[in-house]
Design a protein around this ligand. Sequence first.
Ligand code: PGA
Ligand code: ZN
Length: 419
Amino acid sequence: KIVDIRGREVLDSRGNPTVEAQVTVKADGKAGELFTAIADVPSGASTGKFEAMELRDGDKRYNGAGVSQAVENINKEIYPALEGMNGLNQRKIDSKMIAIDGTENKKKLGANAILAVSMANMKACAKALKLPEYQYIGGICGEKMPIPMMNILNGGAHASNNIDVQEFMILPVGAQSVKEGIRWCAEVYTCLKKLLKKDNLSVAVGDEGGFAPNLSGEEEALDLIMAAIIDAGYRPGKDFMISLDVAASEWKGDRKGHYRMPKKNVEMDTDQLISLWEDIVTNYPIFSIEDPLDEEDWEGWKKITAALGDKIRLVGDDLFVTNVVRLKKGIDEKCANAILIKPNQIGSVMETIEAVRMAQSQGYVAIMSHRSGETEDTTIADLAVALNTGYIKTGAPCRGERTAKYNQLVRIEEMLTIK
Ligand code: PGA
Ligand code: ZN
């Protein structure tokens, strides 16, 4: 039974406030032991237009970014409504909060308030049953270690350099374990740092821990990453693949249906942008491109999926926003063939799981993901294993809020492989 819930305002990795929830459940029986867990929600910078609503105060505190209203909603609305309920019934807990909120996008209570409680409840129940979170969520089915997609070079809205593509990721597809894959990535990361230093380029990092140098463009970024992979002793295309997150919803052009790279100030139409991606797929070992087009350019998505869908994964992040209604439309219209899964885009654990299930049942790859504003919370690492997503993107092997997730994967892998 849920006996206590409290919310609090804590800091995220960008120095902005975010919501933490603490849930206490009481076990059945005479002893009635108490189990308490906390969960923190992350926050995006290149947020999709169709995401659930993150409630911010908009007053003087924290330059308008305060979350005291969301915290109050936890303490005054959610706690009284959930008190006494059976925490093990996650679906009921989440449905109850969704019902009290009553809006399409959780704007009344705030998706940040609802998700924090949803995750903290899940964690408290895992503790009560004395199970690791991944096992509580996935039961005996959750056992696939995800391949890390490490974002080692940052651009777009996550860095103040001149690169328009938001993320350049490396995937250690040839590694035999998560532990080995993480080591390989860290080695490539160090080699990339050496290459940048040698060229007198900045080795300061962006929001997700990747380097954020000024470069001549996307191709130079890719060439540097290829060189770093080789310097570290690995084979691009065999040991490592590369993924991009364009975050093209940030590339709105002046003319309707047009795109503009915001930093380079180059304007183009959908077809020109698609052929840019086709060139990159031809020239580099690309595993996936996320948001290569705008979140509302369904026609463009159809075209690019027809053109590249059998070669690479086309990942809908802003396009799908972890929302089964938008995902269903994508499946019906043959747009994309993978979905990025961010619990805070939809705002509850159950709805997150439903999005993963729908994707997997239709042959879409589901990629578990962090946000650019993160905390030490490691729930997504457990979710990735529990739901057998096969992939997780959670930044560079640098910055504590990113390594927290990778380190949690190492622990889970150890638990799963104990003889
Ligand atoms: P965000 O970026 O968390 O700033 O939205 C991550 C992404 O676009 O995948
Ligand atoms: Zn994205």
